[in-house]
Design a protein around this ligand. Structure first.
Ligand SMILES: *Cc1c(COP(=O)(O)O)cnc(C)c1O
Length: 342
């Protein structure tokens, strides 16, 4: 059966590197959204906990419930407001004034600020009324954050947004003091933000996703820290046969054997979340061998008869071939594939 391996030494190496950069393990919030970028939510959460992380972020309440027993705080990044009161260590990202209005009294929240991405968050001139509402509804304001639209691009937009965040921070700190609120955790950096920044300043932590999984998304001109991909995808052989010269394999018969050759069929297809290939442009396995023919829903073909094949242990080449970003390659992998920690 096909399986995914998760390399614990690589993960811990990445977390060492990132927590050193951030100023300690307590300054890293691991982003485990979308099934931990396809790596497997529960298994990655357990590894992060074993490493010593105490704060993580997920996509929605459903994901938060799967791992809430492990952490001091689980931040829900993108969900609609629930009418039910959440467990006290789950906090909710409030992305608009309307969301604050809809939240149940007493809920723990992180207030999301729009500093230029214009995807989510309240505007700077809504800060006063948002804070007043937070106090009136007795919401527990655990954090305030923003998100960068271009932290991995070679321009100054990162600094522009960071400056706006610092300005908003000052305003919120003054209001928090006036309202006598407990300490608020401010945070803005994702992986690229952390990697390109000198210091987190007085931010409480960085929200680290892709770098923890082993990828830097910074422009190559930045000097980058060494990160090691955590995930590898393995397929297992279903059957082997000899293709006679001139015989063609798979849907459409797009691959034709130039001479008699031994080929095998392996148990990963686009139904498992691998990008479908049409056979015209072969896909290279981790060892460089090329796929033969079109990918089916549950299988694909390759020369030889090895029992297992590693389809990839680094998503960058596939991302390039499929004209996407490295994030998407693991994130799409089916949650039902077996995960093995090595
Ligand atoms: C996904 C996400 C992150 C993590 O981003 P990476 O680039 O993977 O580090 C951080 N913050 C928010 C709000 C996100 O949605």
């Amino acid at each position: 059966m096909a399986f995914i391996t998760l390399n614990k030494a690589h993960l811990f190496h990445n977390l060492d590197t990132l927590s050193a950069k951030a100023g300690g393990k307590q300054k890293v919030m691991a982003v485990l959204k979308d099934n931990a970028y396809g790596h497997g939510l529960r298994v990655m959460a357990e590894l992060c906990f074993a490493y010593g992380l105490r704060r993580v972020a997920v996509k929605n309440i459903e994901e938060a419930m799967v791992i809430a027993d492990l952490f001091d705080e689980v931040l829900v990044l993108v969900d609609t407001v629930s009418s039910q009161k959440l467990p006290q260590n789950i906090s909710f990202s409030a992305h608009s004034y309307e969301m604050l209005e809809a939240l149940v009294e007493g809920e723990s929240i992180h207030l999301s600020l729009d500093t230029g991405m214009h995807r989510n968050g309240i505007k700077e001139d809504e800060i006063e009324k948002a804070m007043a509402l937070i106090v009136a509804k007795k919401l527990s304001l655990k954090g305030v954050f923003t998100h960068f639209r271009s932290s991995d691009e070679l321009n100054a937009e990162f600094f522009w947004q960071r400056t706006l965040f610092e300005r908003a921070k000052k305003r919120i700190k003054i209001l928090a003091k006036a309202y006598d609120l407990p300490e608020i955790s401010f945070h803005c950096c994702n992986s690229a933000g952390l990697l390109r920044t000198q210091t987190l300043g007085d931010d409480a932590f960085a929200r680290v996703g892709i770098a923890m999984y082993g990828y830097s998304t910074l422009h190559p001109s930045f000097t980058s820290l060494e990160l090691k991909p955590v995930l590898a995808l393995w397929a297992e052989k279903l059957s082997s046969r000899v293709l006679k010269k001139g015989e063609r394999v798979g849907y459409g018969g797009v691959y034709e054997a130039p001479e008699d050759e031994l080929i095998s069929t392996y148990d990963i297809g686009y139904g498992d979340g691998f990008f479908r290939f049409n056979g015209l442009e072969p896909v290279a396995m981790a060892d460089g061998r090329l796929s033969k023919g079109r990918m089916s829903m549950d299988s694909f073909c390759l020369g030889g008869d090895a029992q297992n094949v590693c389809m990839f242990d680094n998503a960058n080449a596939l991302a390039k071939q499929f004209k996407t970003i490295n994030y998407e390659i693991p994130t799409k992998l089916s949650s039902t594939l077996k995960r093995i920690v090595i």
